[in-house]
Design a protein around this ligand. Sequence first.
Ligand code: CAA
Length: 380
Amino acid sequence: MEFTLSEEQLMIQQAAKDFAQNELLPGVIERDDSQKFPKELIQKMGELGFMGMMVDEKYGGSGLGTLSYVLAMEELSKVDASASVIVSVNNSLVCWGLETFGTEAQKEKYLTRLSTGEIIGAFCLSEPEAGSDATSQKTTAIDKGDHYVVNGTKNWITNGSSAEVYLVIAQTDVEKGHRGINALIVEKGMEGFEIGPKENKLGIRGSDTHSLLFTDVKVPKENRIGEDGFGFKFAMKTLAGGRIGIAAQALGIAAGAYELSKKYSKERKAFGTEIANHQAIAFKLADMHTKIQAARHLVYQAACDKDSGEDYTLSGAMAKLYASEVAMETAVEAVQIHGGNGFVKDYHVERLMRDAKITQIYEGTSEIQKIVISRSILKD
Ligand code: CAA
């Protein structure tokens, strides 16, 4: 199958590439070291339309399709996966979730500011004891008539301290199991809502990841997304699309590691010739290129399924499973090709290797993707 990109899609790809090279690359090592991501860079990404790519223009978004979004995600991720996870969570989980299932009032209040990058959002599902097993929510949202009272802890939350808007999944009625779960919009500053400690991570260190603590937080009923009990389905439907964004991130990490390796192996000499002339290196590049192309097809296919209204749960899970494995393998090989230089920060591939690992874990581990894929292919 051939994917032909339109003029507009090629322009978006080029804009993301230029932004990554000119604005993200210069400070990427420092952000990884300091574990900080400047607000100004998020605002610049907002100005370029990267923070609400799929949101309707009437809510300040770019009004583009998922294919354009994955093209941008790939280019940003080649250079800085910390930037791209901020973009991915804001676009796929927060903006898409609100635009698709939120009320008009919720969209007016939150979506425009989120899609322009004025503020960013966070998606709060994981808990100390509910990661892969997402129905085991211990955070409660007790119904008190016109509001909910939220208590509990969320873990590993991307944009944990930098977000202003948090989509929080919590259990209202334990007896109803996953059908008693709600999704609520919690704002930074609500009484009883505290940002917990920052995680000191292996990769994507520029993005902030925190635990969040909720103690008797009063959340008005109008902040519930969807009908009573829709929260778990909201999370699953939103994550199904989120996985396409993370698959594109993984693809970008792999492609970034490959491009650096190809360039390096045509410059670096050993045994009297450029190392690309040694079959040991050339074959590694051949494997990388082949797997990246295969991953790219899966990612584009999932994006096209979403854009054409097809079910994308299966194709998104396959894209994430495969692209994240290719990211990890490719980044490890990139370090090997760079030898001693690969082990130091200046050559970027050690960071890409550290960043690749999370793509096999967040938005559903590789093992969870295999559950989703196997259930889908076995159901008929
Ligand atoms: N769309 C709509 N509904 C769905 C769905 C989907 N894709 N997947 C499941 N559901 C529904 C099911 O139909 C079922 O509803 P009914 O009983 O009414 O039919 C309900 O959800 C429960 O589904 P299961 O019985 O399949 O539940 P399960 O306990 O077997 O778990 C799972 C399913 C797929 C393993 C799920 O728990 C899961 O996806 N786990 C991984 C969680 C995850 O991805 N976490 C990532 C955190 S967010 C993150 O990482 C963001 C970040 O920071 C970058």
